[in-house]
Design a protein around this ligand. Sequence first.
Ligand SMILES: [Zn+2]
Length: 419
Amino acid sequence: MARIDARRAMASVERLAGFGTRHTLSETTSETRGIGAARRWLRAELEACAGVEASLEAFAAPPMARLPDGAEIVNVVGVLRGSMPEAAERRYYVVGHYDTINGDRMDPTRDAPGANDDASGTVVVLECARALAGMKLDATIVFLCTAAEEQGLVGARFHADAARGRKELILGVLSNDIVGDPSVGYVTMPGQEAMASDTFVRVFSEGVPRNPSAAELARIRQLGAESDSPSRQLARFVSYVAQREATLRPRLVFRQDRFLRGGDHSAFNDAGFAGVRFTVPAEDYSRQHVDVTERDGKPYGDVASFVSGSYVASVAKLNVATLVHLANAPRPPGNPRMITAQLETGTTLRWEKSPEPDVAGYEVVWRETTAADWQGVIDVGDVTEHAVDVSKDNFFFGVRAYDKEGYRSPAAFAGASER
Ligand SMILES: [Zn+2]
């Protein structure tokens, strides 16, 4: 976290905004303006990070509503390979979209600086790569800057679907979209203590996945697992890391995204991957998706002067800490379950060992069925079964693995099974 640099982050936001427009259909040959110049700069910045393999992922998007003639879409990808052979196939993503729009979604020529939306998130990706440069982590980190988010998550969808096609083991996606401007006051509920808006970041996560199969839905209903998707466990893990590392505070929102808005994490969710979205505490719509102008003395537009480098750096620190904990912790134990072979007043939990060699043991986590986050932890050691003298009817359980260095995996939610 000490390697995250607020001044460098701010300079990078200004650099991205300085390309004038990064509209997906803007020009690609200029060295100073347009999305082509922006992605070449991003690729060079990732390439400069020791150990990061940087590349451009180009594909032909078919004609669609916001791309009437189709287009070549180009994502910028950096990969820091995991150094533990048994863990390297696990992948964790930090994502930002580098494309922008102004007040006319279809206008590729006039200015669209997109400093907050989403140079800020793109810079979180860069700062994570810069901070992790040369480091050895157990699992693989992917730094992804997507294009055509504003046309309907086109870049992220292509990438996520291709990864699913290759059967890649993506276990967590941190999407940062609008993480630069904390200046908008946060309106608290009457009677609630006000929170300064630059002291936290919202983290959105889906509960029930989109289009669950009938069997999945039946399982969710039986277990009462509406709030225990892998994405929700990832959000709780962000909270755990934030407490442990004393970072900027995440405010978890148990909802996939804001109303009338979307983001790249949803493209990963739709492809079956756990993913969450980081966003500022409150938004000012006169600074998003509008032309840069001034009316009656009020400035409009997504310009860099509204972005705080220190806030972007705080969000980047939370991201990089989460990535390190995710990558270095063992893979979560497989198939944790409460044994329901017969009626009994106690609860027996069983799970499969995490397949990685540095596992030191397991923890059973529990909470009341009405609680938002895990409330208790039982260190059970290096075993695959544990019994507790309380009824499974009244609690939710999860199991997580920890290694010799004390890194803990996200909790795997316990289902129910006869064996
Ligand atoms: Zn955005």
